[in-house]
Design a protein around this ligand. Structure first.
Ligand SMILES: Cc1cc2nc3c(=O)[nH]c(=O)nc-3n(C[C@H](O)[C@H](O)[C@H](O)COP(=O)(O)O)c2cc1C
Ligand code: SF4
Ligand code: SF4
Length: 302
């Protein structure tokens, strides 16, 4: 069997050099696609077993003999690389300091983000986990203040056209279908947010994307786990901190891309792709003096 995703409909091919294989079984232990199994002291490959080879590459990455190769589902043997030394990796303290120093940034300097930094961001995002390999995450890069502003105007104009959907009367009618919580958050957040975006645009101010010099929209095919773009965007957000960039997730944009075929077409987003998430970025024009201790809703040990 082959697991179907946006980019793959065949199982990957697994090749073992049995002259070098010591039958240690490590590849079998980590293979959750399950085409690998041990029989009579040998690693066997059955491409039709359970999910077939999903091309995760774990077997090749763990093999101490470098004698297992995977080819297909966008993976080649050349995609495997040596790992850096453990003592060169970021420690918990280093990562935590970076995380607790971060703030969402909505004020940006005029300076554009260099192409090299955008490449570094994309490289880092490509290391993120995904529901099923190969990743279906697509990134729409809107580079330059003018283009970001145009996107903002396009989305706000669309919101203006669908504003009636968030009127108190429509929301009341839709309550049995959409539920009490959707109604409440639409009434208290989405509806006033749309009014604000429209009013500010009339004054020439971009309250949706905050005149950012760079915006990345992460979205995925209908086959993918809907959380994949969120994870990718989170990787980009953390990476941005290491590059001296400030960033802010923008959830509201997704409503525009989700419902408007016109917007999807204009910005080259496949019509059937799922709702995604936007991350705006640039050099911060403000500097925070303190961190803010955050709390989660609940942590339950069971
Ligand atoms: C999924 C998601 C969607 C968000 N959408 C928006 C948005 O549309 N507009 C905005 O100004 N901030 C948005 N934010 C940023 C949050 O408001 C921000 O993270 C929060 O206020 C906490 O601030 P901090 O990131 O500095 O801790 C979003 C954040 C997340 C995680
Ligand atoms: S990890 Fe490598 S050496 Fe060990 S059984 Fe698998 S292919 Fe053979
Ligand atoms: S690539 Fe992944 S699914 Fe395929 S054989 Fe290796 S571990 Fe199993």
């Amino acid at each position: 069997m082959a697991v179907k995703t946006g980019r793959a409909d065949k199982a990957a091919l697994v090749l073992i050099d049995y002259d070098r294989c010591t039958a240690c079984g490590l590849c079998v232990q980590v293979c959750k696609g399950a085409p690998l199994y041990l029989e009579d002291g040998l690693v066997r490959i059955d491409p039709d077993r359970i999910f077939g080879c999903v091309g995760c590459g774990h077997c090749a990455a763990i093999c101490p003999q470098e004698c297992i190769k995977v080819e297909g589902r966008e993976l080649t043997p050349n995609d495997l690389y040596p790992l850096p030394a453990m003592d060169s990796l970021a420690t918990y303290q280093q990562l935590y300091k970076l995380l607790f120093s971060r703030r969402s940034i909505r004020e940006f300097k005029e300076k554009e983000v260099e192409a090299e930094k955008i490449e570094q961001l994309i490289e880092s995002v490509s290391t993120a986990p995904m529901g099923l390999p190969p990743s279906d995450v697509e990134i729409l890069v809107i580079k330059g203040r003018e283009k970001v502003r145009q996107l903002s105007w396009d989305i706000i104009d669309y919101f203006k056209r669908i504003k009636w959907m968030f009127s108190p009367a429509t929301l009341l009618v839709m309550r049995p279908v959409l539920g009490k919580e959707y109604l409440e958050s639409s009434r208290t957040f989405l509806a006033p947010a749309i009014d604000l975006f429209i009013a500010e645009k009339e004054q020439g101010k971009d309250y949706l994307l905050y005149d950012a010099p760079l915006a990345l929209y992460f979205h995925v095919s209908p086959y993918a786990d809907p959380l994949d773009p969120v994870i990718a965007a989170t990787y980009a957000m953390i990476t941005a901190e290491t590059l001296g960039l400030g960033s802010c997730m923008i959830g509201t944009v997704a409503y525009g891309f989700r419902y408007s075929k016109e917007l999807k077409k204009k910005y080259g987003i496949p019509l059937r792709n799922q709702q995604g998430i936007m991350l705006i970025m640039g050099y911060p024009a403000v500097k925070y003096q303190r961190g803010i201790k955050r709390s989660l809703a609940k942590v339950t040990y069971y």
